[in-house]
Write a protein that binds this ligand. Structure first.
Ligand code: NIG
Ligand code: FE
Length: 414
């Protein structure tokens, strides 16, 4: 035993009793222990329970972290980001304030392609330097696991450069970083009007190389009008699967396009966005075991409609929330802010928002047997919050309530 969190006012375990994800009414149940304690051995949780059942005898004083009047919960898992980029795009933000839409800006050469141009001209070293700034800030806000997508390179060398940077950051930084290949993020300028040649390049050259070098855990694609259609995405995701990468999908974001149905068909680990998911898509997801990753910050930032969170949860679809941090559609990685938007605009309860950004977000990365809840045998990734109760977290928004962070059983110093 090398760390004991004691006198915890509310220990929010988010325990799922051995299930990989919470669905339906279970999302409402956070398995809270009042006046609790957690014992940690090495990286893992060894015991948890009520203070009155804890025997302090064998615990050394130096190993104690007194959490009196504090809330302890699993640290956040951000299951969807495009964190590796060079220039920010506040000019587009100002254009949208003046009335332009995300799609209009993209069709004028802005959007994803403008970041691709920058990233192609930026060294791996500089990309990593930028990323570290965001990673440190998101860690301070309570996120200890983050997925990062490629997708701003859009050719062999630059996609590999991005994935190598992500892999190196995972080895060098405190956070756990999960790499996703998103070669099908947009059609690169040199393939304009030759989309099928680009899909061929991805499936025949880039994916086999990335698979062989084990540079990505997941393969993702942007299923949307003007980007990649359902058939393109199916071809790409099946090619990824053949080379060891589980499918993910950006689906039904700007229009209803069969993304959710495709995700169910290929048994994707998650389908993300879903602002325009169809009734058929909701039913398909409920029958499959695909996690719906909702991105409240994108709808907030772009002033787009929100995904039908209530309907998804009430139909039994496992729902997660993530930031989608990127320079175009959500310049924030503040997970508690995403929770607030989920509660105020999407009618999710504080309990559902917490389950969605911890255990269910871990499930969206296929990691929920290791992280996402406070249970015996799981990794000790937790946060200590200076708030009177867990509901206060999404309620008092725009403030960092994280006082201490425990990552892999170690209390981080700031
Ligand atoms: O998830 N929808 C596609 N891709 C990103 C936006 C990336 C960008 O604008 O640079 C998203 O919102
Ligand atoms: Fe995205």
């Amino acid at each position: 035993m090398n760390l004991a969190l004691i006198n915890i006012k509310q220990l929010v375990t988010v325990s799922a009793d051995g299930n990989r994800v919470k669905t339906g009414k279970e999302m409402q149940n956070l398995s809270i222990i009042e006046n609790g304690a957690v014992l940690i051995d090495g990286e893992k949780i060894k015991w948890l329970g009520r203070m009155e059942d804890l025997s302090m005898g064998s615990i050394k004083e130096a190993d104690v972290l007194d959490c009196i009047d504090r809330i302890v919960m699993p640290s956040f898992v951000d299951a969807h980001t495009h964190l590796l980029f060079d220039e920010s795009r506040e000019n587009e933000f100002a254009m949208r304030s003046a009335g332009a839409t995300y799609q209009e800006i993209a069709s004028r050469g802005g959007g994803i392609i403008s970041t691709v141009k920058e990233v192609r001209n930026t060294s791996k070293k500089d990309l990593k330097k930028n990323a570290r700034r965001w990673l440190n800030a998101m860690l301070r806000q309570g996120t200890t696991t983050v997925e990062i997508k490629s997708g701003y390179g859009l050719d062999m060398d630059n996609e590999v450069k991005m994935l190598e940077a992500i892999t190196e950051l995972n080895n060098e930084e405190v956070l756990t970083i999960v790499p996703t290949f998103l070669g099908a993020h947009a059609i690169p300028p040199e393939f304009r009007d030759k989309k099928s040649d680009y899909v061929h390049l991805i499936t025949e050259k880039v994916i086999p190389y990335i698979g062989k070098k084990k540079l990505a855990v997941f393969c993702d694609a942007f299923c949307e009008k003007g980007y990649f259609d359902v058939d393109d995405c199916r071809t790409i995701l099946l090619s990824g699967l053949k080379h060891g990468m589980k499918p993910k999908l950006h689906g039904d974001e700007l229009s209803s396009g069969g993304g959710a149905e495709l995700a169910a068909e290929v048994n994707a680990i998650s389908v993300d966005h879903l602002e325009h998911i169809s009734e058929k898509g909701i039913d398909a997801l409920a029958k499959a075991s695909v996690v719906a990753v909702l991105l409240p910050g994108v709808s907030f930032f772009l002033n787009h409609p929100h995904a039908p969170a209530r309907k998804l949860i009430d139909t039994g679809v496992p729902v997660a929330i993530a930031s989608d941090f990127n320079p175009g559609s959500c310049m924030s990685y503040n997970i508690p802010l995403m929770m607030t938007i989920a509660c105020t605009q999407m009618k999710m309860s504080p309990e559902e928002a917490i389950a969605a950004s911890t255990l269910n977000a871990a499930a969206a990365l296929n990691l929920s047997t290791e992280i996402g809840s406070i249970e015996i045998g799981k990794k000790a990734d937790m946060i200590v919050l200076d708030i009177p109760n867990y509901k206060f977290l999404p309620y008092h928004f725009g403030e960092n309530h994280v006082e201490k962070i425990v990552k892999n059983g170690v209390v981080l110093e700031f």
